[in-house]
Design a protein around this ligand. Structure first.
Ligand code: HEC
Ligand code: HEC
Length: 504
């Protein structure tokens, strides 16, 4: 494929345009809250099914002693066939530049733009061989990584924190919460579709090819283990990793399709689907299990702080993931976002809008709306949000008496696979009722992304023995039980229902 013929001066222009700062104010005043208040951080989290293992987070003294991250100027990453000539060399000549400066932000629009920079900032940075995959054609092929319409890798950016050293920001919000739509446009905050599991598997196999004798064996100090362990459960969902060779570990990562991740606290076998962040403002609970309450913007800031590192410092009934087998935790070994950065990030997430829906209403969709009414889907998915923002218990979970007054708990169970919410550190005993807005660009569906398409959600064959899930399936084929609403309708009615759902 030909390289794009961008001349050097043109890409300089494109990539170094400064963040525009409006001079006028808009009558809006930023109010950056202090997010790490011990009681408040504790109060947003629902208890785990065994409440004695619910996390005890670090003190606010510890949290605020963690050094703040700087947000640096960043640059596009291209697939090797599309990188402009001279770009790589040009990157090496750029000066590091810190681009987030709260004192310069005046209007709400300024803050939102600054929040987008935080969204892209790496939680970690890779350099050298660790980041080779973005410059390796084979990795794109092997993992099935999508590109935007300009041939760029939209899930990560290059950072210059030191002149002459080009690093890839990894584990940014954008890494997991970016989607490429079929027309090549990029949906920021959309339900992410980077096949991260397959990228990691590719890297591990490459390492193994380079050094076939290096049969490294996973032990309790590996993050693959500590991120996902729940040692008080029998079995511990991460115990199967212990003693694995690199090749075996690669197969475990490989089982995660695009849009499904073994997020920290979940498990490789019981992963979570990456949700859509567009519309997050209206959700009362965050995560599939409704793990965190979300009453206002500061709760979203707390969610981001916990999930970008802070909950690894917490003690889950004595198990501290970041302590990796007994190390003492020291604030200076970690980094955190500043309160102002997280405030900007939360404002940015609240500002996200869905893309225009290309599915106009049709006679089929109109008939499908009638099926939706007749099946009483609205009892859980009422317009306009198409969710009642409530939590449905799984079958084996008996909600403690006080939950009825503390949380928005339903009595009905919908009987989908209970493992994520019962057998991981991310569990509560519930699954929240997801909104149906934006279903047309989402997928895979259900909390674990086990079903690739809406047709699959409403396919009665998914209940039968021998069914092979079309999304995440782990290591074996198994039926996708539960949520059987609408499944006994005729094929034509189910097709109508799906046509209606695609208009939302
Ligand atoms: C490694 C991938 C990854 C990264 C990095 C990541 N997320 Fe997520 N995020 C996920 C997954 C997977 C879930 C679903 C977890 C669940 O359902 O238990 C999730 C859930 C969420 C939710 C809950 C939304 C809902 O409706 O339930 C929010 C909010 C969120 N992420 C924001 C962020 C922000 C902000 C950042 C950056 C600071 C970030 N995420 C970084 C993978 C990631
Ligand atoms: C008793 C409450 C309840 C009823 C009734 C109900 N749902 Fe749901 N729905 C849920 C819950 C809870 C989930 C999440 C299940 C999971 O993730 O395991 C869900 C998930 C979904 C999903 C997948 C969304 C996603 O983000 O993955 C779709 C689509 C859906 N429901 C459509 C419908 C339709 C159409 C009907 C009527 C035919 C219906 N639901 C009836 C509670 C309900």
């Amino acid at each position: 494929m030909p390289k794009t013929a961008l001349s050097a001066p043109l890409f300089v222009l494109l990539l170094t345009a400064p963040v525009v700062r409006a001079q006028q104010t808009d009558g809006w005043t930023p109010e950056v809250p202090r997010l790490w208040d011990e009681d408040a951080v504790e109060a947003i989290e629902l208890p785990l099914p065994s409440p004695e293992h619910s996390p005890k987070h670090v003190s606010s003294d510890f949290y605020y002693a963690i050094p703040e991250r700087a947000v640096f100027r960043s640059y596009d990453v291209y697939h090797p066939d599309f990188e402009p000539d001279g770009y790589w060399e040009w990157l090496h000549e750029q000066e590091p530049e810190v681009v987030f400066d709260a004192t310069q932000l005046k209007t709400k629009a300024d803050w939102i733009r600054a929040g987008e920079l935080v969204f892209h900032e790496g939680n970690e940075y890779s350099t050298g061989t660790e980041m080779e995959f973005v410059r390796d054609r084979e990795a794109y092929e092997a993992a099935g990584i999508r590109l935007d319409s300009e041939g760029r890798f939209p899930y990560g950016r290059y950072f210059i924190r030191e002149k002459g050293k080009v690093e890839l920001g990894t584990d940014a919000c954008a890494t997991c919460h970016t989607r490429v739509l079929p027309d090549g446009s990029v949906l920021r905050g959309g339900p992410g579709d980077l096949p991260l599991g397959r990228v990691v598997a590719f890297e591990l196999r490459k390492e193994l090819r380079a050094d076939p004798d290096d049969d490294a064996v996973v032990d309790e100090t590996w993050s693959d283990y500590t991120d996902h362990a729940a040692p008080w459960l029998t079995p511990d969902p991460a115990a199967e990793l212990l003693g694995m060779s690199l090749g075996e570990l690669a197969s475990v990562w490989d089982a995660l399709p695009a849009g499904v991740q073994a997020r920290q606290r979940a498990a490789f076998r019981f992963p979570a689907r990456v949700p859509d962040l567009i519309g997050v403002r209206q959700r009362r609970y965050l995560d599939a299990s409704g793990l965190m309450r979300h009453d206002s913007l500061v709760d979203l800031m707390r969610y981001a702080a916990l999930n970008q590192g802070a909950d690894s410092l917490s003690s889950f009934g004595g198990f501290v993931p970041a302590a990796r087998g007994g190390d003492e935790l020291r604030p200076e070994d970690f980094t955190r976002y500043s309160d102002a950065q997280l405030y900007a990030l939360a404002l940015y997430l609240y500002s996200l809008e869905p893309p225009p829906n290309p599915n106009p209403t049709s006679p089929a969709a109109a008939r499908g709306r009638e099926v939706f009414q007749a099946e009483r889907c609205f009892t859980c998915h009422p317009a306009p949000l198409y969710t009642n923002n409530a939590l449905a218990p799984v079958l084996d979970f008996v909600p403690p008496a006080d939950h009825a007054t503390r949380f928005d708990v339903m009595r009905r169970s919908i009987d989908t696979d209970a493992n994520l919410t019962l057998h991981t550190r991310r569990g509560t005993g519930y699954y929240k009722v997801p909104s149906l807005l934006g279903l047309w660009y989402r997928g895979p569906y259900f909390h674990d992304g086990s079903l690739a398409t809406l047709e699959d959600v409403f396919d009665p064959a998914r209940l039968e023995a021998g069914y092979v899930p079309t999304g995440f399936r782990g290591n074996d084929a198994k039926p996708v039980f539960g949520h059987d609403y609408g499944l006994d309708r005729s094929p034509a009615e189910r097709a109508d229902l799906v046509a209606f759902l695609r208009t939302l």
